[in-house]
Write a protein that binds this ligand. Structure first.
Ligand SMILES: [Fe+2]
Length: 274
């Protein structure tokens, strides 16, 4: 079974004692899922899994998604390649949950590292459960019934502004019109309340006027990344992070330019936020 080494007080645990190149028994998988919901992001080291093993691990949690804007591993359309080079550095810098522009945002993400810079390139995660718990009761009540718009075009605005970007992403834009999610969602497994707006994809709160919406979102985007709600992971090749995308946000630290960094990601289908 797993040995659990908690990382920070709000979230995160490093797990060891289980070989992910082997098929997980139902009992071990059930424990992994329980640990994921409890710790919100879990990490493994020195797990040199193949693309098929990566897919099989992610598929244990549920059906898999594909992403409209990223390259994929040959023969594995579910495995997106997140790569940053001197010629084509990563453009995602904002805190976010993955793909909240979907009506059913991912349940979670299984990210494995292949090429990691000698220094830098860490990732931060923040607990949206802790962030919600850190709000005053009047603020929790104020946010309770609000809804917000999430938009693929907003999150990928820099890629769309590149020469040829609008043509390259035309289908992705057409397939992903803006969606509406509750500002505060209930985690379907833990029953806990979490803040579910993020600075990459959330554009506005529908029930507020424009100025109010901007100010409330600005407050929430700063609040959710309070250091005490976060943890930080130092990657090495063959590390794996599995995060609960319903209860966390993350941010890649882009401090390693022009070094090469490459990870491979699978997102797992989630349900309709409520
Ligand atoms: Fe992400």
């Amino acid at each position: 079974m797993f040995t659990v080494q908690p990382l920070a007080c709000a979230l995160g645990a490093e797990l060891s004692g289980v070989d992910l190149t082997l098929e997980l028994s139902p009992k071990i998988f059930k424990e992994l899922r329980r640990l994921l919901v409890e710790y919100e992001v879990v990490f493994f080291r020195d797990q040199d899994i193949s693309p098929a093993q990566h897919r099989s691990l992610a598929a244990s949690f549920g059906p898999l998604q594909t992403h409209p804007a990223y390259n994929t591993v040959e023969g594995f359309p579910e495995i997106t390649i997140l790569e940053s080079t001197a010629e084509n550095p990563s453009k995602i810098e904002a805190w976010h949950s993955d793909m909240t522009f979907r009506e059913h945002p991912p349940l979670g993400t299984v990210l494995r590292s292949k090429i990691i810079p000698a220094q830098g390139g860490d990732t931060l995660w923040a607990s949206m459960t802790a962030a919600y718990d850190g709000l005053s009761t009047p603020m929790q009540k104020f946010l309770a019934d609000l809804t917000a718009e999430h938009d693929f075009s907003y999150g990928f605005k820099e890629s769309l502004a590149e020469p040829g970007g609008r043509d390259r992403l035309a289908q992705a834009v057409a397939d992903n019109p803006p969606v509406i999610h509750p500002v505060i969602r209930t985690h379907p497994e833990s029953g806990k309340k979490v803040i579910f707006v993020n600075s990459l994809f959330t554009t506005r709160i529908l029930e507020l006027n424009n100025g109010e919406s901007e100010d409330v979102l600005k407050f929430l985007f700063e609040h959710v990344v309070t250091a005490e709600y976060s943890c930080r992971f130092r990657w090495a090749p063959n590390s794996i992070a599995i995060w609960d995308n319903r209860s966390t946000q993350h941010k890649p630290i882009n401090d390693y330019f022009p070094a090469h960094r490459m990870l491979q990601r699978i997102t797992i289908d989630g349900d309709l936020p409520y």
